[in-house]
Design a protein around this ligand. Structure first.
Ligand code: TRP
Length: 348
């Protein structure tokens, strides 16, 4: 079997405010992975994925800078990791096209994220939205990334990425051998879903059954990474709860999605698990728990928010980080795309 370098790739779309769900579900994991020296790390701002739905150009630009600032402020280090925006490395589009010709329309139509986003409007969404997972596979396989830290909502897209890799490896098995690449050209990438801590699904502050989201209309439903301490306190004070005291056991959170959400946010911010939080607060009222949660959130989040706001005044620096990262990413991607072209019979 072909051996692949241990390499991590992940990306976030710069299509909305960066909230606590992005941080706990992804960015914090990127920082932890960076500490494991057996991995090479590549973290992308996937602006090409963002435009699968309409974006205001000025806002897209601002969000790209903001997301990069959030990576940096959270501790993703441009010396240790490659940080760049997708559109600067043209090979993403090149390999994406080739994968569009490997993947089947039926595979795309089965994606639950596509079905959710397209809804009843599936004839009228962009072609890019349908092909989204194919470009995502290109992001990952352009670097033969062996591991991808993502939330569980991306599991299906990772399976599709493996399907594309497998089909390419099969369809071109003879050429892959002839050109001396052994038995496998693309690796079969593993998701890292539970990496670091327990999986954290951060839900809306106003409705514990909905994911915290940058597209939710009300800003009170989410904690943005650059909310100041007053805003953090205000949002958490107003966060929906129920009448009962907090339980001492996890089973007591059954049917109480808002309580469960606040407990799991506390646990993630405190780097512990929900049961330990219940050991501490079981039997108490929400008022006491919320006061502790506000202190913790302010201590953990507002230094990051301050740093984001400081960096946002240094646009040239952020852009330089992205440019340098793109140069390093391109140096890896370019030879791979050359090899793919040779395999499939393009003149290079
Ligand atoms: N689809 C991912 C999301 O919505 C974003 C993404 C694009 C991604 N390309 C990727 C994640 C490659 C991991 C690897 O969260």
């Amino acid at each position: 079997m072909t051996q692949f370098t241990k390499r991590v790739f992940s990306g976030i779309k710069p299509s909305g405010k960066i909230h606590l769900g992005n941080y706990l579900g992804a960015i914090q994991k990127f920082v932890k992975l960076q500490e494991d020296k057996s991995f090479e790390n590549i973290y992308c701002v996937v602006d090409m994925h963002a435009i699968t739905v309409k974006q205001d150009p000025k806002i897209l630009r601002k969000r790209t800078l903001e997301l990069t600032a959030t990576y940096l402020a959270s501790g993703v280090d441009p010396e240790q990791s490659i940080i760049f925006n997708q559109s600067r490395v043209a090979q993403h589009a090149e390999l994406g096209w080739i994968f569009n010709c490997i993947a089947r329309v039926g595979w795309m139509n089965r994606m639950t994220q596509f079905k959710d986003k397209a809804g009843k409007n599936s004839e009228n969404v962009s072609l890019g939205l349908l092909a989204y997972p194919s470009l995502m596979a290109a992001d990952i396989l352009l670097y033969n990334a062996t591991h991808v830290p993502v939330g569980d909502d991306q599991k299906q897209h990772l399976e599709l990425c493996r399907d594309i890799a497998q089909k390419f490896n099969n369809d071109y098995a003879d050429e892959i051998k002839q050109h001396g690449f052994g038995d496998q050209f693309f690796c079969l990438t593993e998701p890292l879903i539970n990496f670091g801590n327990k999986p954290v699904r951060v839900m809306s502050l106003r409705d514990g059954s909905k994911k915290m989201s940058s597209s939710a209309e009300s800003d009170m439903t989410r904690i943005n990474m650059n909310d100041d301490s007053e805003m953090l306190a205000k949002k958490l004070k107003k966060a929906k709860t129920d009448q009962d005291a907090l339980p001492s056991e996890m089973a007591g959170l059954e049917g109480r999605p808002e309580a469960r959400n606040l407990i799991s946010i506390f646990a993630a911010l405190d780097d512990t698990d929900s049961q330990s939080v219940l050991n501490q607060f079981g039997g108490q009222q929400f008022r006491e728990f919320k006061a502790a949660l506000i202190d913790l959130a302010v201590a953990e989040i507002s230094p990051i928010g301050d740093e984001i706001n400081r960096l946002m005044k240094e646009e040239a620096y952020i852009d330089q980080v992205l440019k340098d990262g793109a140069d390093r990413a391109r140096a890896l991607a370019e030879p791979l795309v050359q090899d793919v072209k040779k395999i499939i019979g393009f003149m290079v």
